[in-house]
Design a protein around this ligand. Sequence first.
Ligand code: IPM
Ligand code: MG
Length: 348
Amino acid sequence: MLIALLPGDGIGPEVIAQARRVLDALDLPGLTFEEALVGGSAYKAEGHPLPAATLDLAKRADAILFGAVGDPDCDNLERHLRPEQAILGLRKELTLFANLRPATLFPELADASALRPEVASQIDMVIVRELNGDVYFGDKGMRQTADGRREGYDVMSYNEDEVRRIARVGFETAMARGKKLCSVDKANVLETSQLWRDVVIETHAEYPEVELSHMYVDNAAMQLVRNPGQFDVIVTGNLFGDILSDQASMCAGSIGMLPSASLDANQKGLYEPIHGSAPDIAGQGKANPLATILSAAMMLRYSLGQPQAADRIECAVAKALAGGARSPDLGGSMTTTQMGDAVLAQLR
Ligand code: IPM
Ligand code: MG
């Protein structure tokens, strides 16, 4: 099994290094690693955020462990050369259309949540976010209006096949959990969302056991802080999912805690923490590596057929937290490496 390691920018290399230590400590037979540049670091070295060799490695690999991309030095480049294009390109080129972002609160972190502990402790959900369509990939550009003003535009669209395949992932995810699916859209305003809702309702016929509800995205944002315990699985589009998953992460303690999986139709996947490259703290040993370590656990479970190894990692993280391991985002002062040490100590 070949794992592509793509550390990327900012804190990416620091958090990937800790996940690698944890994977090495499991000593799983047959795992091999190959590393490649991605994002701003790839642009600086090779002139492109997703060099051909990196894409080729990602295609050859059985799974991809990804750090983060984003570099303020690159913010003024033409859009197709910016670091973010690397992750968007990988998602598109590998048809990684289903993004699973579990948000659960480790009980030890109840006081790190932005919510009251009794509200936060109810959080146990998965956000299923569509990754290959929506306003992210529609026609976009800058133009001039007839009277000479600058205008930017990004077209939002989904076709029914795109909605159906992510709806099925939402229903399947719900079937494996609490059998409740909430589809989030903005059907009161957007045609894209009206189609989304219609197709989700049609797809429900294949999953009669699942209790389906619909929520407008503004209400969902509010309900996530009012009563997050009501959600089991949320299925939503690319843009709404981007926003709601960041919000859910703070409800669950810290954005430094949430892993994610981006899967194709055959369970091949890219695994990454949902936090970004955090350039403000890069290179200072302040980053929390747990989201990346938990992403490695998801990789073992979903793409590498190693659920027991995944359990071992998740258990070790829980024990490390119970033992008091806290990086600055969790209100402590442990370094990135010390957080890795704390997990490793519990693996043995
Ligand atoms: C995420 C990130 C990306 C996104 C960025 C880096 C392009 O915010 O994975 O949530 O918007 O999808
Ligand atoms: Mg995001």
